[in-house]
Design a protein around this ligand. Structure first.
Ligand code: SAM
Length: 299
């Protein structure tokens, strides 16, 4: 992997890589820290300093970060309550040649935060959209959880009401991929208990609380132990939390079964017939079995 390092760090100018130059009529999606202010990138600072307008989820909240960085760019509120009205206005400003940076209260805009409407309509109107990557709580938690990272899904916040929440988790009960959820600290016990009902007490979960902040806590435990620990320590019910849930390991084990059947059948039958039989025997998805059959097929 190669990294572009700006030749002149003080101005961030680097003609070989995207970086310092602010383009007119461009929407920048700028990631900001989720706790530790030192996690802002040099490129984010440079963009926030130079754009015409910063559209912020909460202007007062973002002002703390901007003041800390000595940035004086004008900001405008852009949140779920004025999204309808403001989207058109911001798009008109972009079309008139202004450059705009969208930031949320913390982390990457659009990740359980406002901005979807703005970005999708920017594409409809062929306005240039540029991501300025940085922190995202989901990815930070995933990287530290000690669970499989090769395939994962981000599922945002589970529903607040228990019935809906159980139903929501049930759709993932046999999912093989690791799952990432954002959880309010006020709902953490109920949420963990519902997870235990659906995923079972032995399912392993990464618990990432207050990432990058003073009371950062990163643990990986089986669900029953995690419920006990969070119930017994009220500190674990404070602050911001991401839960990373292990995929269904037994479903993963089924892969071995698929391979076993395929290896026998492929020695005797054409791919299509082998796949049909294995799908019938295992209930696995046809596309997955077909892909695997092509990998295993004797040349
Ligand atoms: N856009 C943000 C991002 O990129 O991560 C997420 C915004 S969402 C409204 C807020 C949720 O993100 C919190 O309820 C929590 O689940 C998670 N989160 C944000 N900051 C966090 C932190 N420092 N530690 C743990 N979780 C955090």
């Amino acid at each position: 992997m190669s990294i572009d390092i700006p030749e002149n760090k003080s101005t961030l100018s680097n003609s070989d890589s995207l970086g310092s130059e602010i383009l007119p009529g461009t929407l920048y999606l700028v990631a900001t820290p989720i706790g530790n202010l030192a996690d802002i990138t040099q490129r984010a600072i440079s963009v926030l300093e130079q754009v015409d307008i910063i559209a912020a989820e909460d202007t007062r909240h973002s002002q703390r970060l901007l003041s800390h960085l000595g940035i004086q760019t004008k900001s405008r509120a852009y949140h779920e309550h004025n999204e309808d009205r403001m989207t058109g206005k911001l798009l008109d400003d972009l079309e008139s040649g202004m450059s705009i940076a969208l930031i949320s209260d913390a982390g990457t805009p659009l990740i359980s935060d406002p901005g979807y409407r703005l970005v999708t309509q920017a594409h409809d109107r062929e306005i240039k959209v540029v991501p300025i990557p940085g922190v995202c709580a989901a990815i930070a938690a995933l990287s530290a959880a000690g669970l499989a990272t090769d395939a994962f899904s981000f599922e945002g916040f589970p529903p607040a009401k228990q019935g809906a929440r159980l139903h929501f988790f049930e759709q993932f009960s046999e999912q093989r991929q690791t799952m990432i959820f954002y959880v309010s600290c006020h709902k953490i016990i109920e949420t963990l208990k519902d997870m235990q009902t659906v995923f079972g007490e032995n399912r392993r979960v990464g618990f990432a609380r207050e990432i990058t902040k003073t009371f950062e806590t990163i643990k990986r435990m089986e669900l029953s132990a995690l419920v006990d620990w969070v119930e017994s320590d009220s500190n674990q019910r404070k602050g911001e939390i991401v839960l990373v849930v292990e995929g269904d390991v037994e479903a993963v084990t089924d892969k071995t079964q698929v391979d076993h059947y395929l290896s026998i059948l492929l020695a005797e039958l054409p791919v299509k017939q082998s796949v049909t039989l294995v799908v019938k025997l295992t209930g696995e998805h046809k596309n997955d079995v077909y892909k695997r059959a092509l990998e295993l097929k004797p040349s």
